[in-house]
Design a protein around this ligand. Structure first.
Ligand code: C5P
Length: 292
């Protein structure tokens, strides 16, 4: 018997850095939003008492360095599971792109293995384990629309974002999150941002207001290190409202109209960017735009 889980990508509609902490992390206020773009994981019990990971993408780090493998191992140790598993990962979310692909795969692994091994869903224990795997992993356990505070790992549910078509474009190189935070200067995050405004825009399901509150304070640092990302955002801003995804280098733009989203996607494809056309999604309620 096999179990399947989808691991959804995410964007941050708002990412404000409010300070640097003693533990080296940065204090955040962020509004996470899941996207329909996803990886798929298949979990199958095996006779041997170990964890085997296979993937259709050659660029993924090997076993012990992979967040999926680490999530499985830590869960197995915690609950003293004596059963092995083969995890097959079908990768569709680009790697190191600011879309939380690895974090979402790790969260899907925790969900999938709790089901496969018939473990209790102890919310506090699972969320703590998720937070130790990475700051974005707790959000990815449930997905949807949520506020992240602390280093991003303290999650409060928010009203569902109204559906948007989302164009993602990527300049084709990887960016490490740690390198972006290391390059942050205090001036980069001294500016104003309007979290209450974003929260009321979400509550009112007002597309225009959501777009006017889009914020990402990691942009100045990423643009300094990779000017090509600044150029990409400017191109996308010409026909929509663009913002850097997390720590980049992917940039997203939000649309009400599929035709407009397709137009921008075509334009960027012609310029040889890697491009995806997806939409916002609410994994737990099934909300979102109809799919073909
Ligand atoms: O939590 P995660 O492992 O995803 O973070 C990767 C790196 O990004 C951390 O090691 C840290 O350097 C940086 N980071 C940060 N502040 C955050 C989240 C991440 O400085 N809130």
């Amino acid at each position: 018997m096999s179990i399947y889980e989808k691991a959804y990508a995410k964007i941050n509609l708002l990412l404000a850095v409010t300070g640097k902490r003693d533990d080296g992390y940065h204090q955040l206020e962020t509004v996470y939003q899941s996207l329909a773009l996803h990886d798929t994981l298949t979990f199958t019990k095996i006779k041997e008492n170990n964890i085997i990971l296979s993937c259709d993408h050659s660029g993924l780090p090997a076993a012990q360095d992979n967040l999926v493998w680490r999530a499985a191992e830590r869960l197995k140790l915690l609950y003293e599971v004596k059963q092995g598993v083969h995890i097959r990962l079908e990768k569709r979310i680009p790697l190191a792109a600011g879309l939380a692909g690895g974090s979402s795969d790790a969260a899907a692994t925790l969900r999938g293995l709790v089901r496969l091994w018939q473990l209790p869903w102890e919310e506090d224990v699972i969320f703590e384990l998720a937070a130790r795997l990475g700051s974005d992993v707790p959000f990815c356990l449930r997905g949807g629309t949520a506020l992240g505070t602390g280093r991003g790992e303290i999650i409060t549910e928010l009203p569902n974002c109204p559906p948007f078509y989302v164009v993602l474009a990527n300049p084709g190189f990887y960016v490490s999150t740690a390198s972006v935070y290391a390059a942050l200067q205090p001036d980069d995050f001294s500016g104003a941002y309007d979290l209450p405004g974003m929260l009321s825009a979400l509550k009112a399901k007002n597309h225009r207001q959501i777009i006017s509150h889009l914020t990402n304070m990691l942009e100045p640092a990423v643009f300094r290190i990779h000017p090509a990302v600044k150029t990409l955002k400017a191109k996308m801003n010409a026909s929509g409202s663009a913002l850097l995804c997390g720590s980049g280098p992917t940039v997203f733009a939000l649309f009400n109209s599929r035709a407009e989203a397709e137009k921008l996607a075509q334009l960027l494809l012609h310029e040889r960017y890697k491009v995806w056309l997806t939409d916002t999604c609410q994994p737990h309620t099934g909300g979102g735009l109809p799919h073909d």
